[in-house]
Unconditional design. Structure first.
Length: 389
């Protein structure tokens, strides 16, 4: 049986999971800060933020396969240190291209954190519950951050965002010492992990594609929310409350997943999350009701919280080393980076309904890929730990 991830080690991994989502959750304030500080337009600021997210994703993709050669604590420490120094340099930078370089370096550092934090849970029992607990922690931290950040910015100008990010990175000094340094040869499984056959490799790739497509559709939708709210004459304050609720509602969704585990299998929660997101995408892109739009925005993160823990836990069926889970985290961030940029480009050629059907189609691809990968032959089942907590 795989060991449980508990105590300070669990808290450490959860904190770094929260830290790994810092850039995607604060992207709106990054764009706002760039337009205010450097006088950039929204498109220029958006591309600069996308470059930082792409740096994060590429760094995670490159780092993941190399983790077996390095101490995970040192990798996280170096990545967090690089991000901290880069952010510190950005505080006093008044040249846009130099500021962009420091932010790209920050993204690269956080990419190393992503690679490590997504590789660890598969070495322990109930990875899907760990990912759900991470979603709950993310919900709490960023709900508070999104509430206090406008107050910080009002008090200390646009550099308030960098100060908040620096404070979050400073905490890594304590948490990095508690991080478990798991290696593939230390993994204990229920039965022996099945060798990665051609079929298993195919299913692993299907889950990775499913993760990328899910976050591509999700981030594209989030990126269009403010634009699509205008024709429905939705008050921006109400929209802001709905976005805050979107983060808050991850908490009960994550709690439900942590209690459910895989008692009903992996496909039922994925189907439930897909159904929620289908309603969300339809109401945002194709609906005509302001109330349904706001409800859909509030449920944006709930559907993903039901789906992604099982996608990531499912990868452990076929690759117990953690490398594929690390790649899954990188692809999630890659989708986060590509979604808003692609949505902005295609919005010129497609209207809102065209983008809506495209998002729903991508959601269908996500479900089909995940369901096919998790509808596994019997020989893969021994590597799933279903022992209740």
């Amino acid at each position: 049986m795989k060991p449980l991830l508990t105590g300070a080690a669990r808290a450490s991994v959860i904190y770094f999971a929260v830290l790994s989502w810092m850039l995607p959750y604060l992207v709106a304030y990054n764009v706002q800060g760039l337009t205010t500080r450097f006088g950039l337009n929204e498109a220029e600021a958006g591309w600069m933020v996308s470059a930082e997210l792409f740096a994060l994703a590429i760094s995670a993709i490159v780092t993941g396969p190399q983790l077996s050669r390095f101490d995970k604590r040192k990798v996280v420490g170096f990545g967090a240190g690089l991000a901290f120094v880069s952010l510190g340099l950005s505080l006093s930078n008044s040249v846009p291209w130099m500021f962009a370089v420091t932010k790209i370096l920050c993204g690269a550092g956080l990419g190393m954190v992503v690679a490590v934090v997504y590789s660890i849970p598969v070495s322990f029992a109930h990875p899907e519950r760990f990912y759900a607990h991470s979603a709950m922690a993310i919900s709490i931290v960023y709900s508070v951050a999104l509430f206090v950040l406008p107050l910080i910015i009002q008090a200390v100008n646009t550099r308030g965002l960098e100060l908040l990010e620096l404070a979050m990175l400073l905490n890594t000094i304590w948490f990095v010492r508690k991080l478990p340094d798991t290696k593939a040869d230390q993994i204990c499984a229920v039965g022996q992990p099945v060798p990665l056959t051609r079929e298993g490799n195919t299913k692993r790739r299907q889950l990775l594609i499913s993760i990328f497509v899910l976050f591509l559709a999700q981030s594209a939708t989030v990126g269009m929310v403010f634009i699509l709210a205008v024709p429905l004459v939705i008050d921006m304050n109400h929209l802001g409350i709905a976005l805050m609720l979107s983060a808050v509602l991850q908490l009960p969704a994550g709690f439900a997943i942590s209690k459910l585990g895989n008692r009903l299998g992996m496909l039922f929660p994925i189907f439930l999350g897909t159904t929620v997101l289908a309603f969300v995408y339809y109401s945002i892109f194709l609906g005509s009701s302001p109330l349904a739009f706001l409800v859909a925005v509030a449920l944006l993160s709930t559907g993903v919280t039901f789906i992604s823990p099982y996608q990531l836990a499912g990868i452990a069926l076929y690759d117990a080393s953690g490398r594929s889970s690390s790649l899954g985290g990188a692809l999630a961030n890659f989708g986060n980076a590509a979604g808003p940029a692609l949505a902005g480009v295609f919005y010129v050629y497609l209207d809102a309904s065209g983008l809506g059907w495209a998002a729903i189609l991508l959601l269908g691809v996500t479900f089909l890929m995940a369901s096919n990968a998790l509808r596994s032959p019997h020989r893969y089942k021994p590597s799933i730990d279903i022992t209740p907590l």
